[in-house]
Design a protein around this ligand. Structure first.
Ligand SMILES: C[S@@+](CC[C@H](N)C(=O)[O-])C[C@H]1O[C@@H](n2cnc3c(N)ncnc32)[C@H](O)[C@@H]1O
Length: 193
């Protein structure tokens, strides 16, 4: 209930306040390491990620972010499944047509629930784990595309873009974070007044 309500709210908000962007999706990022202490509430282990786009059909490369199938799907794929039948029809043997259940060799189709660690454990207050931006860069851009991060921090997203052979450009207001990005990843920087 909360999820659908919030996601409805997100959609409404984005339509009304950011009319130049199109709401594409709401993804839940489940953190492998969340906030340790929540006082009298449950510990916070997830965040919403909103996918907004300027174009109606932004790039979508599902094959680039497929994941291994769960064991239950692998087992299920080993036995044929009756085609277009209700459980009752299937049980009384009325239908004998089977459909082939084939697993995609590249893995399972991406879900709107993703699991990544919270951060890299490094010395920036909110730095991503590199796997998080890598996931979205692979899903929504191609080699040589330009990845822009307006709040670059210590440059994790830019480094992910570099490793994935994308062009990249970032903005960061704090010189100490820019320094981290250049020291850690060797990213070039220039200052504007
Ligand atoms: C959540 S952190 C981003 C961390 C980044 N994803 C990483 O992994 O290192 C947000 C960053 O935005 C920077 N920031 C805040 N306001 C800004 C502004 N107006 N222009 C540029 N950077 C800004 C902050 O200094 C902070 O480093």
């Amino acid at each position: 209930m909360w999820l659908s309500l919030l996601s409805y709210w997100h959609k409404r908000y984005m339509t009304i306040k950011l009319e130049r962007y199109k709401y594409q999706d709401c993804i839940i990022w489940a953190k492998k390491n969340g906030a340790p202490n929540a006082g009298r509430r449950r510990a916070n282990y997830f965040e919403y990620i909103l996918h907004l786009s300027k174009t109606l059909k932004p790039k979508w490369n599902p094959d680039a972010i497929r994941t291994p199938y769960p064991e239950v799907s692998v087992k299920r794929a080993k036995s044929p499944i009756k085609n277009n039948v209700s459980n009752r029809e299937s049980r009384n043997g009325a239908i004998t047509e089977y459909k082939e259940w084939k697993l995609n060799p590249l893995g399972s189709y991406p879900k709107n629930l993703i699991f990544f660690p919270k951060d890299s454990g490094k010395n920036h207050i909110a730095s991503y784990h590199i796997d998080l931006p890598s996931h979205f860069i692979k899903a929504h851009s191609d080699i040589n595309d330009l990845v822009v991060d307006p709040f670059a921090g210590r440059g994790t997203t830019l480094q992910a873009a570099k490793l994935l052979s994308r062009r990249f450009l970032g903005f960061e207001i704090k010189p100490e974070h820019v320094l981290m990005a250049s020291q850690e990843y060797g990213l070039e920087s220039s200052t504007s007044p």
